[in-house]
Write a protein that binds this ligand. Structure first.
Ligand SMILES: [Zn+2]
Length: 148
């Protein structure tokens, strides 16, 4: 058998995928052929590298999950911000229309009008404060996750 024939067997030899007869012939040839022995050593190095790559694959999956969870969090944070901002705009707008109507209603007393204005102003301040607290808590949560 020529060297080329044995070189074709080397990969299969490392993976234990050649016949008993082929294995015996190859091992015999390896004892008397430096070139094929060197090639086998190269294949062994290559195989250990590809084995390492195979070992890293599960970690890649964890990495993918990590990124998809980050993406989910960004999505949720964006949802919260849009919800808060649009809710505030709706409230301010509804409040504004209410004030307009009530201020021009001559049958209502100024005490009621003043109390209502104060109530709406306080509500707006509280909403902004709650939103700001939410955003601050979010930032702290993010650092907590990194430490974990
Ligand atoms: Zn050879």
């Amino acid at each position: 058998m020529s060297c080329d024939k044995f070189k074709d067997l080397l990969m299969g030899y490392l993976d234990d995928e050649i016949s008993e007869q082929e294995r015996v012939e190859l091992e015999k040839h390896l004892t008397e052929c430096d070139e094929c022995t060197k090639e086998l050593a190269d294949f062994k190095d290559l195989k250990s590298i590809t084995d390492d790559i195979t070992l890293y694959q599960p970690e890649d999956e964890v990495f993918d999950q990590y990124w998809s969870s980050i993406y989910n969090r960004i999505e949720r944070a964006a949802g919260w911000i849009i919800l808060s901002v649009s809710g505030m705009v709706l409230l301010f707008y509804a409040g504004y229309m209410m004030i307009e109507e009530i201020i021009h209603d001559e049958t209502l007393s100024w005490v009621f009008k003043g109390a209502l204005l104060a109530f709406i102003a306080a509500l707006s301040v509280l909403l902004v404060s709650v939103l700001r607290e939410r955003l601050n808590t979010r930032k702290k949560d993010r650092y907590k996750d990194v430490r974990r």
